[in-house]
Ligand binder design. Structure first.
Ligand code: BES
Ligand code: MN
Ligand code: ZN
Length: 517
């Protein structure tokens, strides 16, 4: 007789992280607080001709240029230096953040520079970071990059295991007259808000499998929804049965922890607009099931819920920052993939929600099963378009590695717009094709389709499988996440979930209004 596990108390995510970070406005350098540091993103080449920021004393630049000459500092991407110089008789910490050549710079580099500033500031005991953006010989620092820097900074302040004795969080100040820096302030506020949503959801995403089964994720999603005035519907096992979500149930049936389908809805002012629907794979732990994964590195599969986590963070940005006219619905399709006496077996045939039968040849290809039902639910909502995010295949990492995640779609314009949005915020995605030629690789003699191909084109086969569960007249895109988590702390942020994709979705919704065309 196996006893069900004891209830896990939903560890409430840290409310503090929800508060927007305060931005101080400081008129001139003389009134900067004790222990401040300047953070200066610098582009390689012609370093000693960088133009002075209007609000900073000119001898600062004389000093920095002298230092750069003496040390041959190059400002390549990731080059960091801490310089302490005397300005107007005041010792000033300067954090130089190399961003490589201006021509090759992109939002990801700037976002990491922001993260680096936060990490180094904490290490050095700096009280307040003051960014200096107008260093590119008079050229404008793009507004998108200011947002990216601010998001990265906020991300860099995240502590995986905050201790009570931890020093006060690093503050952020802008230098200049309130009027002159109004637009700068707006961009920083926007960037911080995105970073705050990401950090809040990181608390949920970083929980290990034992502490965060689907029912706990559902509780926490509900609490987050409530905090943002979003409505939230949760389907438990009984409701999933009623709703014919047999593929989700098949993935979860080896576990004592029951699956959940979680829906968060933002109403929008224009109820007649078709809703944007975003779907996230939320496997709270992926053992592979009966097709068990090897023991080595299996621990990382606690992050197999990160597609859903990006959807959660996105919904919180929708509610708190973007507030679009269009209704937006986020769906988390959640189960624990375990082996066991009741688990789905290789060769089992299941019928998904839309009626298609699936031969489950490998129980480790479970993400596409939970998504099959969720995408069918999404189609029923008469959406403007559907975007799904999932840690679907190891092959995605083989194809593109960490610098970019594969994106696939049934609609070129939607795919291109999402790619541009990712580029704008530093969540890079790159297209793979979904040629109909791939469909024959999923043919099964025993069912409408099987859940794996022959091992080639693994990521495309995953996308091709999902495509079969989306109505072909609905614009749909699928992102197979490759950098959903960091295995260890980086120079610009903590180990653990990155919530890759949330900033991308936010930027795309802002620029497109949530429609594909
Ligand atoms: N969650 C994994 C994919 C994954 C593995 C993402 C490692 C990131 C890191 C997914 O459920 C899976 O196991 N996919 C299989 C598919 C295969 C059986 C067709 C894979 O990639 O091996
Ligand atoms: Mn798997
Ligand atoms: Zn998985």
């Amino acid at each position: 007789m196996i006893r069900p596990p004891p209830p896990v108390r939903a560890k409430n995510f840290r409310k503090a992280a929800v508060d927007p970070m305060k931005i101080q406005i400081v008129k001139n350098a003389a009134s900067l607080p004790e222990g401040y540091a300047l953070a200066i993103p610098l582009f390689a080449g012609n370093l000693t001709s960088t133009s002075p920021s209007s609000a900073l004393p000119s001898d600062l630049w004389t000093e920095i240029h002298g230092w750069i000459k003496r040390t041959r500092y190059k400002a390549n991407d990731g080059d960091f230096s801490h310089v302490r110089i005397l300005i107007a008789n005041r010792a000033t910490d300067v954090l130089l953040l190399g961003c490589g050549s201006r021509d090759q710079a992109h939002a990801g580099i700037i976002r990491r520079a922001g993260g680096r500033a936060a990490v180094e500031a904490r290490r050095l005991g700096v009280t307040t970071v003051v960014p200096v953006f107008d260093t590119d010989r008079g050229a404008q620092f793009p507004s998108l990059w200011i947002r990216a820097f601010a998001t990265g900074f906020r991300e860099g302040t995240y502590l995986l295991r905050p201790s009570k004795s931890a020093s006060k969080p690093v503050q952020f100040a802008l230098l200049g007259a309130a009027k002159a820096i109004a637009s700068l302030q707006k961009d920083v506020e926007y960037g911080f808000a995105v970073g705050t949503a990401i950090n809040t959801v990181r608390d949920i995403a970083n929980q290990p499998g034992n502490q965060a089964p689907p029912r706990v994720i559902a509780d926490q999603a509900k609490a987050l929804a409530k905090a943002h005035g979003l409505s939230c519907t949760i389907w438990n096992k009984a409701e999933l049965k009623k709703q014919r979500c047999r593929a989700i149930l098949a993935v979860g049936q080896g576990s004592h922890e029951e699956p959940r389908l979680i829906q968060l809805s933002y109403a929008g002012r224009k109820k007649n607009l078709r809703p944007l629907v975003v779907v996230g794979k939320t496997i709270t732990f992926d053992t592979g099931g009966i097709s068990l994964k090897p023991a080595k590195n299996m621990e990382w599969m606690k992050f197999d819920k990160c597609g859903g986590m990006a959807v959660l963070a996105f919904m919180s940005i929708v509610a708190s920052v973007i507030k679009p006219d269009r209704p937006v619905i986020g769906i988390l399709t959640s189960a624990e993939n375990m082996p066991g006496a009741t688990a789905t077996r290789p060769g089992d045939v299941i019928q998904s929600r839309n009626g298609k039968t699936i031969e489950v040849l490998n129980t480790d290809a479970e993400g596409r099963l939970v998504l099959a039902d969720a995408l069918d639910v999404a189609c029923e909502l008469n959406p403007s378009c559907i975007i799904d995010l999932a840690t679907l295949t190891g092959a995605a990492n083989v194809a593109l590695g960490r610098p970019a995640s594969p994106i696939m779609a049934n609609h070129d314009a939607l795919r291109n717009a999402l790619q541009a949005a990712g580029e704008a915020v530093g969540d890079r995605v790159w297209p793979l094709p979904l040629y109909p030629d791939y469909e024959r690789m999923l043919k099964s003699p025993f069912a409408d389709l099987k859940n794996i191909g022959d091992g080639s084109a693994g990521t495309i086969i995953g996308g091709t499988f999902l495509k079969a569960f989306v109505r072909s007249d609905i614009p749909w895109a699928h992102i197979d996440l490759t950098s959903a988590w960091e295995e260890r702390a980086t120079s610009f942020g903590p180990a653990g979930a990155t919530i890759f994709g949330a900033a991308l979705l936010a930027n795309w919704l802002e620029s497109s209004g949530g429609s594909a065309a």
